[in-house]
Write a protein that binds this ligand. Structure first.
Ligand code: PGA
Length: 255
């Protein structure tokens, strides 16, 4: 089963109107046609401009979070229907920084993901173990627990991002063996939840200090179907190099 690689940029809380304009105007020209799928997830404030600039291009725009209700008294939150209304196609859910700093749980992440899919959005659902959990030999148990809530989702509008917490923003990446082992375990788990065929079609991205110099080896692993890139995606050249490192990433690319 060949899965089209998915390379997503997570800008986190970075970027200005000026920077997103300059970045995207170049990115849309440099993304290879029929290469990997490319998604840019800037902060909420930059989404309208990003959607406008990327319109009609190979680059899709995603948000970094959404609420689990379509409307209501939830000050400061953004509904998935609002994102869909804006022309957003993707949303990241359950990122470890949301889990770590904003009280995100497996259950709230699942509720957000379900609401996002109801609104017609594609979901990148993040999971991954902490260093403490890895050292205690609990990695597989943690992934099993975190992925249990995926059962209520539609696998055809879902990508999973395996992001070991100890590798995010630390410059420390999982070895290709660690990544492949976790991805293969996740795919077996997904087969249990959704059936073998759906699991074989589901993309599992690796995230955690993906850089131009380590992207190619990670993306060459049989169960690594793309990358969720934080820090390195802020630099356009770096992000383009990561796109080009994906299988098919150079096809027709404008240098
Ligand atoms: P990083 O972040 O690439 O800066 O480690 C990845 C992520 O948090 O999605």
């Amino acid at each position: 089963m060949s899965r089209r690689p998915l390379i997503a940029a997570n800008w986190k809380m970075h970027g200005t109107l000026e920077s997103v304009q300059a970045y995207l105007e170049t990115l849309v020209r440099r993304v290879p046609v029929a290469g990997p799928e490319v998604v840019l997830c800037p902060p909420f404030t930059l989404l309208p401009a990003a959607v406008m600039i990327a319109s009609g291009s190979e680059v899709a725009i995603g948000a970094q979070n959404c609420h689990w209700e379509d409307k209501g008294a939830f000050t400061g939150e953004v509904a998935p229907t609002m994102l869909a209304d804006l022309g957003i196609h993707w949303v990241i859910v359950g990122h470890s920084e949301r889990r770590q700093y904003f009280g995100e749980s497996d259950q709230t992440a699942a509720a957000r993901a379900q609401a996002a899919q109801r609104a017609g959005l594609e979901v990148i659902f993040c999971l991954g173990e902490t260093l403490e959990q890895r050292e205690a030999g609990e990695t597989m148990a943690v992934l099993e627990r975190q992925s249990a809530v995926l059962a209520g989702l539609d696998p055809s509008h879902l990508a999973i991002a395996y992001e070991p917490v100890w590798a995010i923003g630390t410059g420390r990446t999982a070895t290709t063996m660690q990544a492949q082992e976790a991805h293969a375990a996740l795919r077996r788990r997904l087969a249990g939840l959704f059936g073998t065929e759906a699991a074989a079609a589901l993309r599992i991205l690796y995230g955690g200090s993906v850089k131009p110099d380590n992207a190619a080896v990670q993306l060459a692993q049989p169960d690594v179907d793309g990358a969720l890139v934080g820090g390195a995606s802020l630099d356009l050249e770096g992000f383009c190099a990561i796109i080009h490192a994906a299988p098919g990433g150079r096809r027709g690319a404008e240098e």
